[in-house]
Design a protein around this ligand. Structure first.
Ligand code: UDP
Ligand code: MG
Length: 160
């Protein structure tokens, strides 16, 4: 029994979720947003956005030495993306589970990538990989005043 891990899982966190240009062009915006809504997370920011190259490079800076980096930047800037900030208990890891693993062919059925995509280079959605990166990415993609603080009326029915 690892009480510190249990406690960590129950932290309220924020994650940056982004529907990539393929997800937008394919008309999957409603489908993808509804999976996070139905799970019970709280949407705090939402916008349609044409991402400049410099922002894409900053967002993916940890991958800049990878051979696929130029293609990745072209992909992310190839059309509008849907930027979202979601909040909830354990939302970072939970959102990664809802999204599925990076290669959609290996992603479990029931996950977004498992159900809706076939290739790593067209995997429809991004999700932050740690609470620290969740905060970093939300600050990178949203300006002050673009995020909304609100209390869902359903809160007592979602959390005890
Ligand atoms: N990617 C790619 N080829 C690869 C690995 C990654 O095109 O071999 C792209 C893919 O769109 C992926 C993104 O780069 O979602 C970021 O990679 P990461 O390893 O962070 O995967 P993720 O966190 O999105 O699952
Ligand atoms: Mg990643």
């Amino acid at each position: 029994f690892l009480p510190h891990l249990v406690a960590a899982m129950e932290e309220v966190e924020e994650t940056y979720i982004m529907i990539k240009p393929d997800g937008f062009q394919r008309g999957l915006v409603g489908e993808i947003i509804s999976r996070f809504e139905k799970k019970g997370f709280k949407l705090k920011g939402l916008k349609l956005f044409q991402c400049p190259k410099e922002l894409a490079q900053e967002h993916y800076k940890d991958l800049q030495s990878k051979p696929f980096f130029p293609k990745l930047i072209n992909y992310i800037t190839s059309g509008p993306v849907v930027c979202m900030a979601w909040e909830g208990i354990g939302v970072v890891a939970s959102a990664r589970k809802l999204i599925g693993v990076t290669n959609p062919l290996n992603a479990e059925p029931g996950t977004i990538r498992g159900d809706l995509a076939v290739q790593t280079g067209r995997n429809v959605v991004h999700g932050s990989d740690s609470p620290e990166n969740g905060k970093r990415e939300i600050a990178l993609w949203f300006k002050e005043g673009e995020l909304c603080e609100w209390t869902p009326v359903l809160e007592p029915w979602l959390t005890e």
